[in-house]
Write a protein that binds this ligand. Structure first.
Ligand code: PRX
Length: 652
């Protein structure tokens, strides 16, 4: 299928009739409004959507670009936006429907959520001495208490930073230290595929030696034995009941930080992406309403983990801000079989289902006919996120899961964008497989030519940028203003002014549809998880025998991209020891980062292709990993023979 000849699927009329944005005319009207009166557009939505304690008096202030301020003077509390304000109308409505790995179920109404979050906040305040501005690490499984913890932090004005439960003790320690966190909230562990797994021992290891963490809150989920450090570790179950279910929300400024979330860049350690209160919650709610078109009685399910931005915005903050019912799932979608998600769709009458292409590929491979065995007629919108979706996966999702009647929303965004920035609108946008389609109203996303700073034409490629700051834009990298400026505003300008650059390449097709073509930097996307090649290289370099390493991404059938490492050992002669070395190196990666960064391929080579100035030519390494012919000129290499030697090592 060529990029420009993709079939077009027209919106389902049944959904279109009641969609919030019903057709492309309405979409254009909103877009034009934002183009003509940018501040007026945002002012209007901010007034309509947010329950302000004190109204704002200035829409935006970009004088200190890229340090932009939105809705100054406004005061709010995000937990009030997500809970308190719904109690009048929705106190008995399900806020969270939880399903555990082993099939245990729990429904939490908005009233119950209020009680849990207020108690949690009081506990953090009195037993953990958490106050406004403190950083709190959340290292938790996918259980409702993870959402309570987030919202309790928001209620107190504490800044949470969730670390995905698959990260190792070292990775957790790095994030704790960088954020200078005072408290860690964790669980003993949880369940995966009907077996317990552990988190608390990882926290114990991360806190060995000097640490800014004073106390650890432990939620008991799997009941397995753990060690308790006296004076540091406190059991949630022993504390929570004694606290009152009323905790006055802290009055927060629009620009007070809400959370940090660490993500990978092309160089160095992961960066603490900072999102602030009002702008983030506004866009989380608006995109939730527009892109998923969730109605009052709908049930919505996003399969992400709260450890990633998708879990923040589209499991917790977005759905709760709009008063929706959000499903939280502890398990893995293929256990006990690949029919699990479809069984859940049938059982809960799920209306919107949101997952990653990796999951779709695995479910397709392991259970092609599984969707046929369940009643999926409740589904209206099917979302994808995190990586490009390939045509076979798209087709199966559309036909087998969606019965050729659901809208597929291929949502393009990033940790830094807070919420979707390019996405179809269900019921309005005619969709093409693998296309994120058009920028959402209010988001000045465009593909620019990095050399000319001009928008590229249809049929052309360039850099995916956003040329005006928007409310949910990243506010900073924790503790590193310079890195913030350089990482996002250093590469592309438009009419002489720096613009936000996503790090992704993209192209317009003949109809102006946007297709994301992938990262232009050294970030790779493994199963929808963002991974910096520099981080993996730093881990591999910790092996004492390694002299040099270069890591690249390689297309992978299920994961999208796999990790391919070229390794030069100090002792030239490692022949015959490759298998043992590879195991040792993967063990170090597991320890330094976690299982998600294990290498799929390692090849031991005698040298890396470098320019005469010593720069590694990664393009050559990417081509070799893909099995492609080398098209670039290798004569400029310091030692052109390394390319043949690498080929020989690969074929050995
Ligand atoms: O390369 C893009 C890819 O995922 C990156 C963002 O990763 P992260 O910050 O971890 O957030 C993932 C969830 C939003 C982007 O720079 N990406 C995200 N969505 C898509 C995508 N690539 C193609 N199509 C998408 N829909």
């Amino acid at each position: 299928m060529s990029e420009t000849k993709k079939p077009v699927y027209q919106p389902n009329r049944e959904f279109a009739a009641t969609a919030r944005i019903k057709n492309m005319c309405e979409y254009e009207t909103l877009r034009e409004w934002a183009c003509e009166d940018y501040e007026g557009f945002w002012e209007s939505f901010a007034k309509e959507k947010i329950t302000w304690m004190t109204p704002f008096n200035k829409v935006m202030d970009e004088r200190n670009f890229p340090f932009v301020k939105w809705f100054e003077g406004g005061k709010l509390n995000v937990s009030v936006q997500c809970i308190d304000r719904h109690l009048d109308k929705r106190k008995n409505k399900a806020a969270i429907i939880f399903e555990g790995d082993r099939g245990d179920k729990q429904t939490i109404t908005y009233m119950e959520l209020y009680n849990h979050v207020n108690r949690f906040a009081n506990m953090l305040k009195h037993d953990f001495e958490v106050t406004k501005g403190d950083r709190v690490i959340i290292y938790m499984p996918m259980i409702p208490e993870a959402a309570y913890a987030m919202l309790a932090c928001a209620r107190l004005g504490a800044i949470h930073s969730i670390v995905f439960g698959g990260f190792s003790a070292e990775a957790l320690r790095d994030r704790i230290d960088d954020a200078q966190a005072k408290v860690v909230i964790t669980a003993d562990g949880a369940y995966r595929k009907n077996k317990p797994y552990m988190l608390k021992p990882v926290v114990d290891k991360a806190l060995e030696g000097a640490s800014p963490v004073e106390k650890v809150c432990v939620i008991e989920r799997n009941g397995e034995e753990i060690t308790w450090v006296k004076g540091r570790d406190l059991a949630y179950s022993e504390l929570i009941e004694k606290h009152s279910a009323v905790c006055e929300p802290e009055v927060m400024e629009s620009e007070d930080p809400l959370f940090l979330l660490y993500t990978s860049g092309s160089t160095g350690k992961p960066k603490g992406v900072q999102h602030n209160s009002a702008g983030y919650i506004l866009w989380a709610q608006m995109t939730m309403e527009w892109v998923f078109d969730v109605k009052e009685n709908d049930t919505y399910w996003c399969t992400a983990d709260v450890g990633w931005i998708t879990g923040h915005t589209y499991i917790v903050y977005g759905p709760l801000a709009m008063g929706a019912t959000t499903v939280m799932f502890e398990g893995v979608p293929t256990y006990p079989d690949a029919g699990r998600p479809w069984k859940m769709v049938q059982e809960y009458r799920i209306n919107q289902f949101y997952t990653a292409p990796t999951a779709i590929r695995v479910l397709h491979k392991m259970g092609e006919d599984a969707p046929n065995q369940y009643d999926l007629s409740s589904l209206k919108v099917l979302g994808t996120v995190g990586e490009p979706i390939d045509p076979p996966a798209w087709q199966w999702y559309y036909e087998a899961v969606g019965n050729s009647r659901c809208a597929i929303v291929d949502t393009y965004w990033q940790t830094e964008t807070g919420g979707h920035i390019v996405s179809p609108l269900p019921g309005a946008t005619p969709i093409k497989p693998g296309c994120a389609t058009f920028p959402l109203p209010g988001i000045m996303a465009e593909i620019l030519d990095p050399n000319t700073g001009k928008k590229v034409g249809n049929g052309e490629s360039g850099y995916m940028c956003v040329s005006r700051p928007w409310p949910a834009m990243i506010r900073g990298i924790w503790g590193d203003e310079e890195r913030f400026k350089q990482s996002y505003f250093g590469d592309v300008t438009k009419e002489g002014k720096p613009v936000y650059f996503t790090g992704d390449g993209a192209m317009y097709d003949e109809d102006g549809y946007i297709t994301i073509t992938g990262r232009t930097d050294d970030v790779i996307n493994v199963s929808g998880h963002r991974m910096g090649t520099a981080e993996v290289e730093a881990a591999i370099n910790k092996h004492e025998g390694v002299a040099e390493v270069a890591v690249v991404g390689k297309p992978h059938d299920l994961k999208g991209e796999g990790i391919f490492a070229y390794i030069v050992m100090k002792e030239a002669d490692s022949i015959g020891e490759e298998v043992a070395l590879a195991q040792e190196i993967n063990a170090i990666i597991k320890q330094e980062i976690g299982n998600i960064a294990l290498c799929d391929d390692m090849v031991f080579v005698s040298g890396l292709p470098k320019t005469r100035s010593g720069k590694i030519m990664r393009r050559i390494l990417r081509a070799i990993a893909k099995g492609e012919a080398i098209t670039q000129d290798t004569s400029t290499l310091e030692d052109p023979s390394v390319v043949d030697k690498i080929h020989a090592a690969l074929n050995a």
